[in-house]
Design a protein around this ligand. Structure first.
Ligand code: ADP
Ligand code: MG
Length: 722
């Protein structure tokens, strides 16, 4: 991009045409001061400005009065301020703000749980005429607005406009000013475009017309999916055509669809690119005649489920191909993914390769290792355990066994991919309980000169539609069947004043020979929140159950201490394990059949589901009690209701997505996904599917993107997202 002075110089000299890359400060009516307001919002160029999409639209069709409002309506009306006030929320220091509005027909409260920006409430006062725009909400039988846009009514408002774009409120920039600047930008861009069309090419350093500069979607694709051009869409988004008002309000106008499509397409295109890239990569071919498998299956006390067999067959097929497998096994907690991992490892080992199993925690590594010793060693396979907490001497010895190939099945944490570890001939890497195996780790392994097959296993159920985006570059096997004889876990909510009864019930289970988990949200007491401290609770529980052995497990313990506790609990030496969420993933103790979760309101839905998955793993009827403290929000109660109702991880994930919205749901999972400007993963799911098909179709048609030069830049700009 050119510097501002250079642009101004060019502008004066050549009457420079405005383009997508023009600095916003150069637009008429902006300048350095507003420029810095824009910069704070990440808007530097005219292109950035046009991508500052309206949050919603104000619908001015039909005059409305307060008494005529219905819950759910998105409305805009003029009313008078009755009063403005703030109040404390309960005992906490958090505040709520209220602007009470009235007209001749009635009154309505506008509630705010945070201040939109400094000075927001100071702009309005009693008696003032304002325009309020927002969604009418029903709160305990009364209508109100939550976080509506309220701004002083201007007499010069053009009442003929029916749909007014509403932008996120920004300090130092009035909505009217922003609309005006955007209008200027659109007019200027149009002038530049016309200049190109007339052949009188501008004297600028840019050769492209704005229209072609903005466009990333090839014409055949736009035709196929009936999408308008980017330029037209951007222009309509800010100035919606009257006859499309209803479409715009429901985010289904061609312009919105087009912009949403592009957002999805950019992501899916990268997924498709990666997937196609992997198909071109070379790896070892793994083929064996499965003699070990039969022997292994005979040694198991149960039969595999159909879903386990299917997943294994898919894996086997992938591994026999000369390019690396990239498969995800998605199966709810307790569905038996470990068996699938072991079978796949066995297959690779029988074919003469090493197999590695990588997990996020040492507890889990130790557990898998123990299982491997029990199940695989009798078949003549040498398992080893590699973790970060091992002593250097021991590590060196193990590394040696890995490098000679003597160690065939290597279980461990991230230590497995460290530089000091050299594999003899690694054929398969299984990653358990991790959402993604990053490009970085893969590259690290490749640097070691190996290109093994990859299998990722996760118990985090993600609604199928989202799986497509989160795991879009992986093939997916779904284990949708639980081992025979499992009984659904009975889940109940209880308030903490019922703790006595809950612990009596727990004791009854211990008397039957079962074991129990009691889970706490945190390790140490924090002054801010009145959470129970696991350590203190541990002492209390010890007093409550004098006949039983109670152990404590938390994240701040040393790995070998943790391991010792887990080992003893597994062996039945402890009856109750008081733990923080360190037991969340993977831990498997079939005799434990009851879990009590304290301060359940502090946990998210998928976390509760993961925790609960520690019970219900054996033949015993299992229970999960969610204990709630005081001050429980409607949302945490809703989470508890869902937990009571279903054991199905997919259903829970869907409910979670609805409760939290895609941004937060995916937030920790993949940052690139939360950043959509207009697209909404729930509302726009059909468009997502089309964008995905389109992205893959491009690579079908033109694998090297010879005919699609403009799309190559998408790869460069997106790749750093990882
Ligand atoms: P997850 O999918 O959560 O990793 P695990 O692999 O830990 O589940 O399996 C949970 C429990 O179910 C283990 O105790 C395992 O031995 C047992 N299991 C696995 N497959 C079967 C099966 N087909 N029938 C009965 N039990 C099984
Ligand atoms: Mg597991």
């Amino acid at each position: 991009m050119l510097s501002l002075t250079r642009q101004i110089f060019l502008a004066t000299k050549f009457k420079m045409a405005v383009n997508f890359e023009t600095d916003v400060q150069y637009l008429k009516g902006v300048g350095p001061k507003l420029g810095s307001v824009f910069a704070k919002r990440g808007v530097y160029t005219v292109g950035d400005l046009l991508e500052w999409y309206p949050r919603t639209y104000e619908d001015r069709r039909g005059a409305k009065t307060i008494s005529s409002l219905e819950p759910g309506q998105l409305v805009s009306l003029v009313a008078q301020v009755v009063n403005v006030r703030s109040m404390n929320l309960g005992k906490s220091r958090r505040k709520m703000y209220e602007i009470l509005l009235g007209d001749s027909s009635g009154r309505i409260a506008c509630k705010y749980f945070r201040v939109p920006y400094r000075g927001y409430f100071e702009r309005v006062e009693a008696g003032m005429k304002v325009r309020v725009s927002g969604k009418v909400t029903d709160y305990r039988g009364r209508i109100e607005f939550h976080h509506p846009d309220v701004h002083p009514h201007r007499e010069d408002e053009n009442e003929e406009d029916v749909l007014i774009p509403i932008y996120t409120e920004t300090e130092g920039l009035t909505p009217a000013k922003l609309r005006k600047i955007i209008e200027t930008a659109l007019i200027e861009l149009d002038k530049t475009e016309k200049g190109f069309a007339s052949g009188a090419s501008q004297e600028t350093e840019w050769k492209k017309s704005p229209k072609s500069q903005a466009e990333v979607l090839p014409k055949w694709l736009r035709d196929k999916y009936q999408l308008p051009t980017k330029m037209q869409s951007l222009s309509q988004i800010h100035q919606p055509p009257v006859q499309q008002s209803d479409l715009f309000l429901s985010f289904t106008s061609p312009a919105q669809r087009r912009l949403i499509f592009e957002e999805f397409f950019r992501l899916e295109f990268l997924m498709a690119f990666r997937k196609k890239g992997l198909e071109k990569e070379e790896s070892v071919r793994v083929q064996a005649d499965e003699k070990l498998k039969a022997k292994f299956l005979k040694s198991l006390p149960f039969e595999l489920t159909g879903a386990q067999i299917r997943a294994y067959e898919e894996i086997k097929k992938d591994m026999s191909l000369p390019h690396p497998m990239h498969r995800l096994v998605q199966g709810d907690v307790g569905s038996g993914k470990t068996m699938v991992a072991f079978l796949s490892a066995l297959y690779a080992i029988e074919a003469g390769f090493q197999a590695a199993l990588m997990v996020p925690t040492e507890i889990l590594a130790e557990q898998h290792f123990k299982n491997a010793v029990k199940l695989l060693q009798p078949m003549g396979i040498e398992p080893v355990l590699l973790t970060g907490s091992m002593k250097a001497k021991e590590r060196a010895l193990l590394n040696h066994r890995v490098s000679t190939g003597e160690a065939q099945f290597i279980v461990g944490t991230h230590a497995l991919i460290q530089d000091s570890v050299n594999y003899h001939n690694l054929g398969l890497v299984v990653i358990d309980e991790q959402h993604r195996f990053g490009v970085a780790q893969r590259t690290q392994l490749k640097k070691k000169g190996v290109s093994p097959h990859f299998l990722v296993m996760t118990a985090t159920p993600i609604p199928r539609t989202l799986a497509m985006t989160v795991y879009g570059d992986l093939d997916v096997s779904i284990i949708n069947e639980m081992p025979k004889g499992r009984q659904p876990i009975v889940t109940r909510k209880a308030f903490s004043n019922k703790k006595v009864q809950v612990f009596n019930f727990l004791e009854a289970q211990l008397e039957k020979g079962r074991q129990a988990y009691v889970v706490y949200p945190l390790v140490e007491e924090s002054d801010k929140m009145d959470l129970q401290d696991a350590t203190k609770a541990f002492a209390k529980i010890g007093e409550r159950f004098p006949k039983y052995s109670v152990a404590l497990l938390h994240g701040k313990m040393k790995p070998d201490e943790k391991e010792k506790v887990m080992k003893e609990f597994r062996a039945g030496q402890h009856h109750i394990l008081v733990a923080t969420t360190v037991i969340e993933v993977g831990v498997d103790v079939p005799n434990a059949n009851i879990m009590v979760i304290e301060n359940a309101e502090r946990f998210g839905l998928s976390q509760l589901h993961q925790l609960r998955g520690r019970v219900g793993r054996g033949e015993h009827k299992s229970f999960c009690v969610l204990l709630y403290g005081h001050a429980v929000s409607d949302e945490s109660r809703a989470r508890g209701d869902i937990m009571e109702k279903t054991n199905d991880g997919f259903k829970i994930a869907e409910a979670d997505l609805e409760l939290r919205g895609p941004g937060e749901f995916l937030g920790r999972r993949q940052s690139g996904l939360a950043g959509f400007k207009m697209a909404n993963l729930i509302r726009d799911i059909e468009t997502l599917k089309q964008a995905r098909d389109a992205a893959f179709e491009v690579f079908e048609k033109d694998p090297d993107l010879k005919e699609h030069q403009q799309l190559k830049s998408l790869i460069r700009s997106l790749e750093f997202l990882g």
